[in-house]
Design a protein around this ligand. Structure first.
Ligand SMILES: [Zn+2]
Length: 326
């Protein structure tokens, strides 16, 4: 049973044909038309058609793509049909499932992109074979998804697992969500860059390498620059990731208190630095886990599927809607 998974982001739409073992057989992508919601739906339909054509030559006559799963960066309603709000797209109460299904003639499932990625990692990636996992994507912000007892946790309104917006600092840094002190203001790529720019602005002697990288202009300093400096052993940059990991582990300890997941899967661009982030996160998690000496410690694992997680997860969620042969 093949399904197409589509990952719709603010700048690009990536899709793939995925088999029942989670293997991506074909891939394609488009730029996201940002101005017009109908144009995005047309682009998704074109991508699906292109993928079906590309894969058809390799298939037996009775084999075909049977469903389409779409992971979208936004709030998706509990019926997995409508995108209620997408901050980086033109969608507002967009009936995406119906619009795309009418264009492609296949069953369509719509899921939040972070939930789709979490499902992919739990079914086929770092947490494969497990029934309980919390997947945390550390990028510009923090997103993620939760699998509890084998089921994706969606919540009453489809908005569960927005844990980047847990408040970790009372009246802390203001967040784009309108609140103050959210976790993603302390443990995300945005936090990393804010702290790195602060070091350069303060002119501390240890920030010399970072100052070189941005030509002395703090506003020109980027996350990948800090990552490269840390990977090359720059002590100030390594320290920034240790600080980020400390915040990350603190939030994971709170999540463990609620969800008891057994393992955390950490993905996203910021996590590509690897142990420089995950090592301090494990240490922080161990120290901050409530009653930590009296319970098993959850593992903290790097994500395994990279950018494919959303495609693989969305396709697998859609596969459940395929009409099985009788
Ligand atoms: Zn927030």
């Amino acid at each position: 049973m093949l399904a197409v998974g589509v990952d719709v982001g603010g700048t690009k739409i990536a899709g793939g044909v995925v088999d029942a073992r989670g293997e991506v057989l074909r891939r394609a992508r488009r730029d996201t038309p940002s101005t017009d919601s109908k144009a995005v739906q047309d682009a998704i339909a074109e991508l699906v058609a292109e993928l079906r054509t590309a894969v058809s030559a390799d298939l037996a006559p009775d084999e075909d793509v049977c469903a389409v799963g779409i992971g979208a960066a936004g709030f998706v309603d509990a019926a997995r049909a409508t995108v209620l709000f997408a901050p980086n797209l033109a969608w507002r109460d967009e009936p995406l499932r119906a619009e795309v299904a009418a264009r492609v003639g296949l069953p369509v499932v719509v899921e939040n992109d972070a939930n789709a990625a979490a499902w992919g990692e739990t079914r086929f990636g770092a947490a494969a074979g497990r029934e309980n996992a919390v997947c945390v994507t550390v990028g510009t912000g923090i997103g993620g998804g939760v699998v509890v007892d084998g089921h994706l946790l969606r919540g009453r309104f489809g908005m569960a697992a927005e844990f980047g917006h847990m408040r970790v600092v009372p009246e802390g840094v203001q967040c784009g969500c309108g609140q103050f002190g959210c976790w993603e203001q302390y443990a995300s790529g945005r936090a990393l860059v804010r702290r790195a720019r602060g070091l350069v602005t303060a002119g501390t002697p240890a920030s010399g390498r970072l100052r070189e990288l941005c030509g002395g202009e703090p506003a020109d300093l980027t996350g990948p620059m800090v990552t490269a400096a840390a990977a090359a052993g720059d002590p100030a940059s390594v320290g920034l990731f240790a600080e980020l990991g400390d915040w990350l582990g603190a939030g994971l300890a709170s999540l463990a208190a609620v969800l008891d997941p057994g393992c955390f899967v950490i993905g996203g661009g910021v996590a590509e630095v690897g142990e420089l982030l995950l090592g301090p996160a494990r240490e922080s998690f161990r120290r901050r886990l409530p009653a930590g000496s009296h319970r098993p410690l959850a593992e903290i694992l790097p994500a395994a599927l990279g950018n494919d997680a959303g495609i693989v997860g969305a396709a697998d969620l859609a596969r459940a809607d395929c009409a099985w042969p009788t």
